[in-house]
Design a protein around this ligand. Structure first.
Ligand code: UFG
Length: 324
């Protein structure tokens, strides 16, 4: 297929481009390079521009005639979204609406949307499935939910076929060592632990040990970035037959606390990691773990990195020999 990948210079988007290209698809990356890296675009062509720029999108769509769009371009930091909600609504909602204007004019074009566990807000059940109420507690989750609703409406009104994938905690890197997680600044747990081990600088800050979890630190469901990509490949096949707007939660269904991730990282890298306990981070739910049964059943999605050591090991291989 001819596929536009917005945000293809970013962490998850660049891994997606590699998998798409290996599967024989033709890729056009659309990225404004605000947080992505030109060096990460190694599969497919790059069009530098902003998804809020309708003229730019029109020219890309006119030239490339995509049969599908995978939309990764977004602002994605929860804490920042609480402080700068206007930026989040502009990039994530206005941007996605501008993009969708092109998508729905492109006959037969399907849409795959990067959504998030943050659409659910505070979990009411131990495992979060697709039936769980969507009550985001921050602007980031609210912007992603807004687009999920748009996709439901567009399926009915315009016949747009789409899948929204709600990622839990993406981690790890491609085994080639060519690409990996490279945020600036980095806020995510796994890369921060590994970077702190490499620099032997400041101790790792653990945000809170008074949560309602077995060891008091927050529990998350870590899923390998290429397993997220694999779900998208399966999703593209599924959309060839399925009409409507579809929603899938993507995680391994296993929760690990911050302390457990520290211990697993120490085991992978073979050295102790200094840490200090700090206050809880505002807006962090105690526990977020997916029930991904629906993706396994409908899409035949079987993650190839079900173990946390394998996920952290792949991230460590990247961070210890980082190319950008
Ligand atoms: N944490 C620390 N110290 C750090 C960084 C993180 O203790 O230096 C803790 C956090 O408090 C949290 C856990 O490690 O409990 C994981 O934090 P991340 O920042 O790696 O990930 P989040 O769970 O906050 O964020 C993820 C996705 C978001 C999504 C969110 C849903 O990255 O896109 O889950 O709540 F919105």
């Amino acid at each position: 297929m001819r596929l536009v990948v917005t945000g293809g210079a970013g962490y998850i988007g660049s891994h997606m481009c590699k998998l798409l290209s290996e599967a024989g698809h033709q890729v056009c990356v659309v990225d404004n390079l605000s947080t992505g890296h030109r060096e990460a675009v190694q599969w497919g062509e790059l069009e530098v521009g902003d998804i809020r720029d309708a003229d730019f999108l029109r020219s890309v769509f006119g030239r490339f005639s995509p049969e599908g769009v995978l939309h990764f371009a977004a602002k994605s930091q929860v804490a920042e979204s609480v402080q700068e909600p206007a930026d989040y609504y502009d990039n994530n909602v206005v941007g996605a609406l501008t993009l969708l204007d092109q998508v729905r004019r492109q006959a037969g074009c399907v849409f795959v949307f990067s959504s998030t566990a943050a659409v659910f807000g505070v979990p009411q059940t131990e495992l979060i499935d697709e039936q769980h109420p969507r009550n985001p507690i921050n602007a980031y989750g609210a912007t992603k939910l807004a687009i999920e609703r748009v996709l439901e409406n567009y399926a009915i009104a315009y016949g747009l076929r789409s899948i929204s994938f709600r990622y839990f905690n993406a981690a790890g890197a491609d085994p080639s060592g060519l690409i990996g997680e490279a945020h600036e600044p980095e806020t995510h747990l796994v890369p921060k632990i590994l970077m702190s081990a490499l620099t032997q600088g400041e101790p790792m800050r653990v945000f809170g040990e008074d949560c309602d979890t077995p060891d008091g630190t927050c529990v998350r469901d870590y899923v390998h970035v290429n397993d997220l990509g694999l779900a998208h490949l399966k999703g593209l096949e599924f959309l060839q037959k399925a009409e409507g707007a579809h929603f899938y939660n993507l995680g391994n269904g296993a929760g690990f606390s911050v302390m457990e991730i520290l211990a697993a990282s120490e085991a992978v890298i073979g050295r102790a990691i200094a840490r200090e306990i700090c206050a809880r981070r505002a807006g962090d739910p105690a526990r977020l773990v997916a029930d991904a049964t629906r993706a396994r059943k409908d899409l035949g999605w079987v993650p190839s990195y079900p173990n946390i050591a394998g996920i952290i090991g792949s991230a460590w291989a990247w961070h210890s020999q980082r190319r950008f």
